[in-house]
Ligand binder design. Structure first.
Ligand code: NDP
Length: 264
């Protein structure tokens, strides 16, 4: 056996949504480092192409397909193309998502529908497109990047919170339904992670509060008992664990990764 064949995900094929930057990019790279072939998807081609080059430089195969995960037709086509290109799929990471905030009085309906569609309905579409393969092959891993907002409520993020609570509901229902087929379905629930999405949140909060970037970042860090933002690589490490054979007993779970803020 070569050294490569000893890697925990050698021979596995993964699909990561929202892989162009932030958490999804870290997960795609970490899965590749663990030996997997990785199909990546998002809307921006340039970021995906750069990522594919980096994965290939690690000696793994990789393929990119542009797709808006809120469009069921595009999702079906992306799933077919990536499965054909990778030779199948063993691991699905539903990571694509977005955050938006507004006080509840005068909450824009557009924001409500946008949050539900990008954070929850998209996960439904992608799972629907790939679940038949997992059932047929009697095995697979589905890892949903939810949020600590899946576990608790907070001010000004009603739509985001409802969408991420929904991701947990879908995770648990699917875990129960796919149990007989050796498919595990789990959710990772991070607190604030240092990504471009958080950079955007910081800019919004600066505008709304008149505070400096340093003050806003300090405020976000202090929402965690560890007084720091989570690094995307920490989320990736947990995803790689859940993708492995050793995690076969873990299903239907929501794992908090928030520096100890929520302990249930
Ligand atoms: P980023 O905004 O940094 O990256 C999001 C990725 O998703 C990009 O690659 C983006 O690419 C892609 N994406 C966004 N919309 C779509 C779409 N409609 N179709 C396909 N791809 C899309 O986000 P993060 O890395 O911060 O977040 C990733 C996930 O983690 C999200 O689900 C988020 O809710 C969750 N999360 C994030 C936390 C944080 O503090 N950052 C905390 C807890 C959870 P493109 O725009 O090119 O499509």
């Amino acid at each position: 056996m070569t050294q490569e064949q000893y890697l925990p995900l050698a021979g596995r094929r993964a699909i990561v949504t929202g892989a162009g930057r932030g958490i999804g990019r870290s997960i795609a790279l970490a899965l590749a480092e663990a030996g997997a072939t990785v199909g990546v998807t998002a809307r921006s081609a340039e970021e995906l192409e750069q990522l594919v080059s980096e994965i290939k430089a690690k000696g793994r195969e990789s393929l990119a397909v542009c797709c808006d995960v809120t469009d069921p037709e595009q999702v079906r086509s992306m799933a077919q193309t990536l499965q054909a290109g990778l030779g199948g799929v063993d691991i699905l990471v539903n990571n694509a998502g977005n955050a938006g905030s507004h006080k509840f009085v005068d909450h824009p309906d557009e924001l409500w529908h946008r949050m539900l569609t990008i954070n929850l309905t998209s996960v439904y579409y992608v799972c629907k497109a790939l679940t038949p393969t997992f059932i047929e092959q009697r095995g697979g891993r589905i890892i949903n990047i939810a949020s600590i907002a899946s576990r608790v409520g907070d001010r000004y993020i009603a739509a985001y919170t409802a969408s991420k609570h929904g991701v947990l509901g879908l995770t648990r229902a699917l875990a129960a339904e796919l149990l007989p087929y050796n498919v595990t379905v789990n959710a990772i629930c991070p607190g604030y992670v240092d990504t471009p999405m958080t950079d955007g949140n910081v800019r919004n909060m600066m505008t709304l509060t008149g505070k400096s970037e340093e003050q806003v970042r300090d405020f976000l860090a202090k929402t965690s008992p560890q007084k720091r933002l989570i690094a995307p690589e920490e989320v990736a490490g947990l995803a790689v664990y859940l993708a492995q054979d050793i995690a076969k007993g873990v299903t239907g779970q929501a794992i908090n990764l928030d520096g100890g803020g929520v302990m249930s």
